[in-house]
Design a binder for this molecule. Structure first.
Ligand code: ADP
Ligand code: MG
Length: 354
């Protein structure tokens, strides 16, 4: 459909037509939802004896995504994962989603359908129900704000303030892939220096790690239920920055071993093709949505037994030290350097497609 005709379909539908359409396509809910989309609020039957986990994430066009490096389905998928990952990092189970969108002119109803299709594809896997949201026009790009409600057994949540000196530091999966994938997608857009030497499967893997990340819900659950981890955080801004949050809130320091950082073969190949140090990608790259967590030494054997059940690898990348030690990186040659926070921070440098 030509752009103007496509856009006018949204004008024809109107706000309430769009909401009705979203409800019909994506609003089916499970038995704990007494009222979903359509009333002033949703009504939920609370699960007895559980604690609620509430989280929200805002994605802004031009800051968190761009429509020339991601499809609307990808954007929806990643918006859901950003929230699912927060629930994973608490060791919880996700349940209900509210999706608020501000739509600039020139977008079609089909674009919004695709966004919701991506959103719900990420959610259905975890039996999360869409129970509401809000809809507005926007003058400055697309905004997608997701709120997710989950739950956890009383006292079992994995918080950021429970790491203790001597705990081992672990991460799930591999690091740096999403950043490499984003660089490849951006290079494709600008026809900039991509990585022509990189194989097609490696390129596809890295781009998929950016566009379709996996929230580590199963790993988070296991860590919380088996009482293996003390603190946890999801890696959304980058290891160096996210680790700093744990250190700050737990009042501790940390030593990370550069040589231990888990890197995928594709990430190594990408770094080699750009003559980069791959551990820089792992320390800086955000949006891998892996979990970083701390484990007291007495629980490391249990953790090893769990690793086959979590759907991802657990890699020990360092250990918690005293606050006075600070946060340092042990380089492969054995020397220690300060672990500078190189991950993304809003307001600190010009916005990029983070
Ligand atoms: P109110 O004016 O009370 O905010 P709305 O007309 O905005 O009500 O919303 C009506 C219903 O539709 C509510 O249940 C709301 O949660 C839901 N809703 C509105 N926009 C969206 C959306 N973009 N996605 C999902 N549900 C939505
Ligand atoms: Mg509203």
């Amino acid at each position: 459909m030509p752009r103007t005709a496509a856009a006018s379909s949204l004008a024809r539908l109107g706000e309430f037509g769009l909401i009705r359409r979203l409800r019909a396509k994506f609003g089916r809910t499970g038995p704990s939802v007494i009222r979903g989309i359509g009333d002033d609020t949703a009504i939920i039957r609370p699960a007895p004896g559980r604690w609620w986990l509430l989280t929200t994430d805002l994605l802004a066009e031009g800051i968190h995504f761009a429509t020339d490096t991601a499809t609307y389905e990808d954007i929806g998928y990643r918006a859901a994962v950003a929230n699912l990952s927060d629930i994973a990092a608490m060791g919880g189970v996700p349940h209900y989603l509210l999706a608020s969108i501000a739509i600039p002119s020139g977008r079609s109803a089909a674009d919004i359908d695709r966004l919701y299709r991506g959103l719900m594809r990420a959610c259905r896997r975890h039996r999360v129900d869409l129970v509401g949201g809000d809809t507005s026009a926007s003058r400055h790009g697309l905004l997608v704000s997701i709120a997710l409600i989950g739950s956890v057994e009383p006292g079992r949540a994995l918080t950021r303030d429970a790491a203790r000196a001597g705990d081992a530091i672990y991460v799930t999966g591999t690091l740096g892939d999403a950043l490499a994938g984003l660089a490849l997608l951006s290079a494709q857009r600008t026809r900039g220096p991509g990585s022509r030497t990189l194989s097609a499967p490696h390129r596809r893997f890295l781009m998929a790690r950016h566009l379709r990340p996996t929230p580590r819900l199963l790993a988070g659950r296991l860590l919380a239920m088996r009482r293996v981890a003390t603190a946890a955080i999801d890696l959304s801004d980058g290891l160096s920055g996210d680790l700093a949050h744990i250190c700050e809130q737990s009042d501790v320091g940390a030593e990370i071993e550069a040589a231990a950082l888990p890197l995928s073969p594709a990430c190594r190949a990408y770094a080699a093709s750009r003559r980069m140090d791959p551990s820089r990608l792992a320390l800086t790259g955000g949006e891998d949505y892996e979990l970083l967590f701390t484990v007291p030494p007495r629980h490391e054997a249990t953790l090893r037994r769990l690793s086959g059940k979590a759907g991802c690898r657990f890699t020990r990348i360092g250990h918690i030290r005293s606050k006075a030690f600070g946060q340092r990186l042990r380089r492969p040659d054995g020397t220690l350097q300060r672990l500078a926070v190189t991950s993304y921070r809003h307001f600190e440098r010009p916005a990029s497609t983070h």
